[in-house]
Design a protein. Structure first.
Length: 183
């Protein structure tokens, strides 16, 4: 495998403060993440780790500070816009479709990548089918990588937490993100 050198800053978090009523969850937090770099945020229960990821991810809007991805600063973006910019995440409390199987949950991570919309699918079956097949092949590669082949057709709600966590990671990897946040 090619060596991956640490590159330029791709994500910059600057002076973030977030409070819920009187509870100060984050006070003036700054850090950055460079290309190919792995960064860890540590702290005891309630320290604000998940809240920090929720700010980056557009779930929470901090009262102060800025978040910049590849030079583009965003203040009030929702989770979908953040995902479109190339930031994916896993969730501490998992956010999977419990009744759907492993393949379909991971496929849901490919949604933003699907070019053909419903109308195109109706008039151009061939192209839509080819695209769908490509996405399914990509999902199968993730399933192999995570070693969950035996559970491909199992509804995720029936899997133990550790395996659900792997499916959650698979869904995030399916987005082929530039930045992957793991809670
Ligand atoms: N939606 C919310 N509404 C009110 N308070 C919140 C909310 N989310 C988090 N908090 C509070 O913000 C603080 C930080 O919580 P957070 O979940 O970010 O901590 P954490 O570091 O992820 O903890 P853990 O290790 O338990 O996952 C806590 O005091 C928590 O109660
Ligand atoms: Mg947390």
């Amino acid at each position: 495998m090619a060596e991956r050198r640490i590159g330029d800053v791709i994500l910059e978090v600057k002076n973030i403060s977030l409070s819920f009523g009187g509870v100060k969850a984050l006070t003036d937090i700054s850090f950055d993440v460079r290309e190919h770099e792995i960064r860890a945020i540590i702290g005891p229960n309630g320290a604000g780790k998940s809240s920090m990821l929720n700010c980056i991810n557009g779930v929470y809007t901090p009262q102060q500070g800025t978040i910049t991805l590849r030079g583009q600063t965003f203040d009030h973006m929702n989770s979908r816009q953040v995902a479109e910019m190339g930031i994916a995440r896993t969730f501490q409390n998992l956010a999977l479709f419990k009744g759907m199987n492993v393949i379909d949950n991971i496929m849901s991570g490919r949604n933003l990548k699907m070019k053909t919309n419903l109308f195109q699918q109706a008039i151009r079956w061939g192209a839509a089918e080819r695209e769908e097949a490509e996405h399914r092949a990509f999902v199968e590669r993730i399933i192999d990588f995570l070693e969950i082949q035996a559970h491909r057709k199992t509804p995720v709600g029936r899997l133990p937490y550790g395996l659900q966590k792997r499916v959650d990671l698979g869904r995030a990897l399916a987005m082929e993100p530039q930045v992957l946040l793991l809670d």
